[in-house]
Design a protein around this ligand. Sequence first.
Ligand code: MSP
Length: 513
Amino acid sequence: MEKKKYYITTPIYYPSANFHIGHCYTTVIADAIARFKKLEGYDVFFLTGSDEHGLKIQKKAEEAGVTPKEYVDKIIDDAKDLWKSLDINYDKFIRTTDDYHKETVQKIFKKLYDQGDIYKGEYKGLYCTPCESFWTESQLVDGKCPDCGRDVNMVSEEAYFFRLSKYQDRLVEYIESHPEFIEPVSRKNEMINNFIKPGLEDLCVSRTTFNWGIPVTFDSKHIVYVWIDALSNYISALGYLGRDDSLFKKYWPADLHIVGKEIVRFHTIIWPCILMALDLPLPKQIFGHGWLVINGGKISKSLGNYRDPREYIKEYGVDAIRYYLLREVPFGSDGTFSEDLLITRYNTDLANTVGNLVNRTLSMLNKYFEGVVVNSNVETEFDKDLISLVEGTKAKVQSYMDKLEIPEALDSIFDIFRRCNKYIDETAPWALAKEDNKDRLKNVLYNLLESIRVGAILLEPFLINTSKEILRQLNTKKTGYDTIDKFGTLEEGIKINDFKPIFMRIEKKNEQE
Ligand code: MSP
């Protein structure tokens, strides 16, 4: 049977020398969803990349005395290194400076122009000459340029426009008849009431005041400006209007665009209208997540709260960082990143709940049965409760993941580990050993090991290394997603591997003092 396809994307990132933990948030979540869908048997395509054009980059390159391309090349290598250190397993990394992308954007621009959806007009705006930037009234700070604080002038410039207004009614109708199109629902209401219903204005889609961008083929003093260039990555990456469009035929429309809340507007208004103009189906869902903040504010170098995410990874391990990003904040809401909370999460959930459980259980198996997995059929009421929870968890995780309730999905896996810890208290294996009740002891340890195996397999999309390491320690060959439907699949007679605690408790800095 042919696998069902699943196409998931992150936004393409502005090359910035300061990738921070907030940037990692979108990508880690998309990665976990992509891995989960793969585990469920989907044919997944996971796209990420970089958004490399624009005046800002051109200027930074000039300051650095290199070409814009040289400037971005270096940063992109660094971004790829960051994604690798976070175990991000994307299928493709698109750069808007890639030739195939540029060609597709040029073809899209020409097609929209030929069919009358793009027209030439005049762009009027408040312009800061030293910064070469247009600003809107609301962006100004005390009536001055928000970047440099100098005066701005009203100027006009020849520019091309996309007829966004023409698609307004179709867009509203589409959003209203597809309730799952924009999630969470609060963002959907905001888009309709604050942005679409008051009226869409045609969108300026070209510039002549700088040249680091994709040239308009039929009018070379213009470059394509921002959104047509950036948003088209989702289809150019698949070969749309290119030499080989087989991926496009297979994967489009996207199943999920994950984006931060500040760019929901572009993805739910401009992007669908461009797609309607191109006569293409719309993505199935755009999910706008919240922001990670530090001490209630943005993460930035100038605020002094910026650290390279790789420093955190070095200090706490990649799974601890992934766990925090996936678990701490309800998906869709804003949340806090702090090392203090990270350490608390780490100690409570990773070190105490999972790490300690696995270590205790394997130690008991070593002590009482020389590390060999054995079973017997002495069951008590405690077992039933544990077994039914373990058997029911896969369905629970699936249902949470379908709703993109990622912290809840992870938490339901941790319910297994918490239930195991309670089971140890209930069954008191050390007392069974003392009484020499070997049969019951075998059964208790088997139930624990089997529950741990199921939990480890379910953890795989989220905490890759932890999952692998637990399964390695167990020395089981039963590691497939299809082996956890029925309790009792762990092989009897296997001998566990060498083991040590997977997570060591971290003392908080002030506690050490
Ligand atoms: N280049 C555009 C996207 C174009 S998509 C066709 C862009 N790039 S960005 O680098 O500024 O942001 C990339 C993503 O990182 C966005 O989804 C943004 O919301 C996310 N984040 C940046 N800072 C963030 C936090 N502090 N917290 C969570 N996500 C944040 O926008």
